[in-house]
Design a protein. Structure first.
Length: 102
């Protein structure tokens, strides 16, 4: 896992043809606004989170965020244990995000 500030996280993702944005907040949080193109897998679902993440392509680069950066950090750690090689945690999370929002 690499922790990145917002500008680095977004600019790196924007240039990454192999990048996927992963929002690990709850569905309600996600529906209240999210980073464009993000897929939502709620880390609070426990084993359900693991099942959904294991369906993802491990060869992709995952740009992970939550509300403040703690859940996404935990998600990146869990993903690395499952064999994901490239995870990037958004420091400060969505609460500090000033980029595009859907």
């Amino acid at each position: 896992m690499t922790n990145l500030d917002q500008n680095t996280w977004w600019s790196q993702f924007s240039q990454d043809e192999n990048g996927v944005v992963l929002d690990v907040r709850t569905e309600d949080e996600f529906n209240g606004g999210h980073i464009p193109g993000a897929i939502n897998i709620d880390i609070y679902k426990g084993q359900g989170f693991i099942y959904r993440v294991e369906e993802l392509d491990k060869s992709k680069n995952y740009y992970v965020y939550c509300a403040a950066g703690v859940r996404s950090s935990n998600a990146c750690n869990a993903m690395e244990q499952l064999g994901f090689e490239s995870t990037f945690n958004l420091i400060g999370g969505f609460s500090n995000w000033d980029g595009p929002v859907e």
